[in-house]
Design a protein around this ligand. Structure first.
Ligand SMILES: NC(=O)c1ccc[n+]([C@@H]2O[C@H](COP(=O)([O-])OP(=O)(O)OC[C@H]3O[C@@H](n4cnc5c(N)ncnc54)[C@H](O)[C@@H]3O)[C@@H](O)[C@H]2O)c1
Length: 337
């Protein structure tokens, strides 16, 4: 199958592209190599992709001509759109980056989907859309009307923009709500990476809300399994699949579905730090601070829809996942075990 994966120099896109290639698919990547975090890490990921013979077009989603050109070259049957400005905290000071990549860039993607009509368009949303919702675990049927960060607001907008195109032009689409993805080749702006970096330098780590936080940490290999599973399940509007659809996250009118991609369990942040301490063989010095603006105390995803659709069972627990990350980190940065 021919697949276009955007955000391919990024954390999840890199892993997904590699997996699809090793499953025998023809993969084309697209990424603007944004400098939001260390571009050298993105270049190192691209080098791995080059060795796997995955071409990556370096261009911006806002450059319509370049996007169209990449699309023509890839001629995709399925598109997995992961390129976006990620991160909750950065959106407080840099909202324009989110408007450009997540709203204008997303609209440009939708226009190409409308024109070329791939069999399935899958796109990244986030657990952050659940915002102020305190009913746990978070399920796709819960209301998501109260985002608490601008990042979440742009992703919730994506879900609505996609739904309208899916309905108007009968385009099969799946919005994937990822929950705190971690693992090898991860993102330097995320807590697990920043904690490891600080601990190895002998610096203190900053832990928000005095450590009273839980997260549904999902290892990137489980995320990739879930995305690959969902690629094969093309949504149909609820009206055509009697009774079942609402339960399976599908829109009543459009071939559009929203699915949580999580581990289905949550872990106390302090226990997660303890795993990191065990894997790195170091004790963390912790500065406990108050809640960060835009952040939420708990995240926990209900994965029953994902499991029912794809047979998904998460395989990597946090002990194992952190161990794999720590091993990769030492190796990548040339540190001794
Ligand atoms: N990692 C997580 O825990 C997590 C959780 C929820 C949602 N998500 C979403 O999943 C997707 C992938 O996340 P990730 O963790 O791999 O992030 P990432 O930042 O590592 O990857 C995103 C990639 O998109 C590229 N990009 C950004 N703006 C672009 C633009 N305008 N044009 C072209 N390329 C652009 C970046 O250069 C980057 O390589 C994102 O949409 C993110 O919002 C991630």
């Amino acid at each position: 199958m021919r697949v276009l994966v955007t955000g391919t120099a990024g954390f999840i896109g890199f892993h997904l592209a590699n997996r699809l290639r090793s499953d025998g698919h023809q993969v084309t990547g697209f990424d603007n190599m944004s400098s939001y975090y260390d571009v050298a890490l993105k270049r190192a990921r691209l080098e791995q992709l080059r060795l796997a013979q995955i071409p990556v077009v370096e261009a911006d989603l806002c450059d319509k001509a370049a996007l169209q050109d990449a699309w023509r070259k890839a001629d995709p049957q399925v598109v997995v759109h992961l390129a976006a400005q990620a991160g909750v905290r950065y959106s407080l000071d840099n909202p324009q980056a989110y408007v450009d990549s997540n709203l204008v860039g997303f609209a440009n993607m939708l226009e190409l989907v409308r024109e070329a009509k791939p069999a399935h368009f899958l796109y990244a949303s986030t657990s952050s859309v659940y915002g102020a919702n305190t009913t746990l675990p978070w399920s796709e049927s819960h209301p998501v009307e109260h985002p608490v960060s601008f990042y979440a607001a742009t992703k919730k907008s994506n879900e609505m923009m996609a739904h309208s195109y899916s309905d108007l032009f009968r385009l099969p689409m799946t919005g994937m709500r990822f929950f705190t993805v971690y693992g090898e080749w991860g993102r330097p702006d995320m807590a697990f990476f920043k904690f490891a970096e600080a601990m190895l330098k002998g610096e203190a780590i900053e832990v928000y809300n005095h450590g009273k936080m839980t997260r549904d940490f999902t290892h990137v290999s489980d995320v990739v399994d879930a995305v690959v599973g969902l690629m094969a399940v093309t949504p149909e509007p609820a009206a055509t699949v009697e009774g079942e659809a609402a339960r399976l996250g599908t829109s009543p009118v459009a071939p559009h579905r929203l699915v949580n991609i999580a581990s289905g369990t949550r872990v106390e942040l302090v226990d997660y730090i303890q795993c990191l301490e065990n894997s790195l063989g170091l004790k963390a010095q912790i500065n406990f601070t108050g809640m960060a603006p835009g952040d939420v105390r708990d995240t926990w995803g209900d994965v029953s829809i994902l499991s029912e659709l794809t047979g998904y069972i998460p395989k990597v627990g946090v002990d194992d996942g952190i161990e794999r990350f720590a091993h990769w980190y030492r190796d990548y940065y040339g540190l001794k075990d």
